[in-house]
Design a protein around this ligand. Sequence first.
Ligand code: FAD
Length: 302
Amino acid sequence: MTDIQLYDVVILGSGPAGIQAAIHASRKKAKTLMLGRPTNSSLYWAHIENYCCMFQVTGEEILHIGREQAKKSGAEFMDEDVLKVEHNGQWYELLTEGEHLIRTRTLIIATGTTRNKLGIPGEKQLLGKGVSYCVDCDAGFFRNETVVVVGSQSAAAGGSLTLAEYASTVHLVCEKLDVAPSLRARIEAKGIIVHEGRKPTEIRGENAVESITLDNGESIEAAGIFIELGAKGVLELASTLGIQLDENMRYVEVDRKLSTNVAGVYAAGDITGPPLQMAKAVGEGCVAGIEAATYAKKLKND
Ligand SMILES: Cc1cc2nc3c(=O)[nH]c(=O)nc-3n(C[C@H](O)[C@H](O)[C@H](O)COP(=O)(O)OP(=O)(O)OC[C@H]3O[C@@H](n4cnc5c(N)ncnc54)[C@H](O)[C@@H]3O)c2cc1C
């Protein structure tokens, strides 16, 4: 165990929400630390076309530039995950995977979400090469192509309807289509081909997606595979502090200042819920960074 390090603002997460929070908090002269690995940000694998004033830029590039900006603003970094958070008197105490003990007046949770994976061969290798977890982000890349959506609930059904506006053919692979009758009727009316009672077993392709294999041996040729199983937040740390979650226990509840129900704890980005988009993450990071720095200053002066 190393020495205890003290901060005004500690940010869990080094994706766009965390970076923007770090820039704003440190520019308000709060002693700021950002934790987490940039390579674990959802953005690391993305090609962004729908973020204002930037076109066709990779997520990896954005993360690199943002980190340099945050560093110039005075923020510090530690590329480690946090394993434990506790509230101890006036401080939040964090233990990192490298056994660093950190104390902070305020905390910003910007840990993003873990999109549910299928865990089948080809999924990881072809991510960003036809495999996507975000219809709203990537539908436009599949104009006049055949695509397959995997998932049984409203996220997959809604995603199929969106894709039907772009793609020539949309297949929906689901174990049991568990949606309202009206949504099912819209799926049928759009000519979406539903493979009910089926599970995918493999995504195939050399440098880009070529086909998906189902558990009955059938193969569907497609350029895009959209996995829409829903998004699950990294919420274990939040729950140990008694932070209020939404009714589905997926996302952190926040107010307009991005404050949680626990004083001095803020949340920003995907962890606060949809839309799971960079623009929202950056905007929330800005507000949370300013609010946390202001609150830390007030605590210091009290
Ligand atoms: C393939 C793909 C394509 C996408 N395309 C687009 C697009 O075109 N346009 C768009 O707007 N959005 C897109 N997105 C979504 C976008 O990437 C996310 O909305 C955005 O990255 C959310 O930012 P965030 O900071 O909330 O979380 P993330 O960027 O996911 O960052 C989370 C951070 O938290 C850290 N972390 C997690 N647990 C811990 C812990 N215990 N301790 C410390 N750190 C922790 C992670 O290491 C990571 O650094 C895409 C996503 C994917 C996966």
